[in-house]
Design a protein around this ligand. Structure first.
Ligand code: DAH
Length: 340
């Protein structure tokens, strides 16, 4: 019996399975009901009492060795299973992850900020929920101005008026409140107007406002800054023209057109045959606005301008329906990052 024990112990020690399934077979062959060790245990019952002590110890040592071996092998194979790569053929190309892309409105907004930051402008922001003072009164809107009407403005509360800002010009006021001239800020933001949604209008859209206040700022500075912007945004060949206009917060006021970059100014259906496309409103900050915001209008002058980001993006990318910007169809949104 001693040699049987030693023989089995040797086989246990030399067992090197190739696959995990072999371990269980091995366990059954040794420790199972009809296993070799189990039958040795049976045989043990019949040995002479004086040999029981010695053989009992050997059998016990064999059993412990078999159990330890099985446990160690199981652990080894569990690690191997976990680290087995799911793909057998490592040289096969992987599945490409599709990358997200920036929204065209963000692309154009960032481009506008970038251009003006090269002229020394810094970014200022303000709240979307505003009061009457910052959106209208401090900007020289007379009490009966139609923009104060419910038809144009989303009111949250009446008396006192709390509303969704209708333009980013409110950030001009917020800037003047805590900054003394010289002021040179660019103010991007979302604005809200009570408008019917169509291919050319939406009740939510984006604007970028500009404000420059210092000693001796003139209309010529305004014109040159906007010409620089137009060339950077639409190309070196771009020209601008200014048409007289009216805004309560600027005097004089103008609307600015850029030469149509599709037909080069000859006239096409995008510019409706005129060769020009309107892109923004601007003017010299009205002295009433400076004074309402605590700035001495005899010492300082300034200009301001405001543009719609959707409008610039439509012209730049040739998008004809503004609603596409809000539908968030990935196929539409993916097209723009490479176009800059
Ligand atoms: N706030 C005007 C609008 O929403 C745009 C604008 C026009 C802003 C002239 C200005 C400006 O700063 O000088 O239509």
């Amino acid at each position: 019996m001693n040699s049987k024990i030693n023989d089995l112990l040797a086989r246990v020690q030399e067992f090197h399975p190739k696959a995990a399934a072999e371990i269980e077979d091995f366990r059954i062959r040794i420790l199972g009901k009809k296993g070799e060790l189990t039958s040795l245990m049976e045989e043990f019952k019949t040995v002479a009492p004086e040999r029981k002590r010695e053989l009992g110890q050997s059998l016990n040592a064999l059993k412990q060795a078999a159990l330890a071996k099985i446990a160690a092998l199981k652990e080894e194979f569990a690690d191997a299973v976990a680290s087995t790569p799911a793909i057998e053929d490592m040289s096969r190309p992987g599945t490409a992850e599709t990358l997200g892309s920036r929204h065209p409105i963000s692309i154009v907004k960032n481009e506008i900020i970038d251009i003006f930051s090269r002229l020394g402008y810094t970014v200022a922001e303000g709240p979307e929920i505003e009061d009457d003072w910052h959106v209208f009164s401090a900007l020289n809107f007379p009490p009966e101005h139609p923009a104060r009407d419910m038809q144009d403005t989303f009111f949250i509360e009446k008396t006192p008026d709390i509303l969704l800002r209708t333009h980013t010009s409110s950030i001009q006021v917020r800037t003047m409140e805590h900054q003394k001239p010289p002021i040179r800020v660019i103010c991007p933001g979302r604005v809200f107007r009570n408008e019917a949604i169509s291919y050319r209008a939406h009740c939510i859209f984006h604007q970028v406002e500009g404000l420059y206040i210092d000693k001796g700022v003139s209309f010529a500075d305004l014109k040159q800054s906007l010409l620089y912007f137009a060339k950077e945004m639409f190309g070196e060949q771009t020209r601008i023209r200014m048409r007289p206009s009216y805004f309560p917060f600027t005097e004089p006021s103008a609307e600015v057109d850029v030469s149509c970059n599709l037909c080069g100014g000859k006239g096409c259906n995008v510019c409706k045959g005129t060769g020009w496309l309107e892109i923004l409103g601007c003017g010299m900050v009205d002295p009433n606005v400076l004074e309402a915001n605590g700035i001495d209008s005899h010492e300082y002058s300034g200009f301001a301008f405001g543009m719609g980001v959707e409008r610039i993006a439509m012209l730049k990318f040739g998008v004809k329906d503004l609603r596409l910007y809000f539908e968030n169809d990935v196929r539409f949104l993916q097209q723009f990052e490479s176009k800059l």
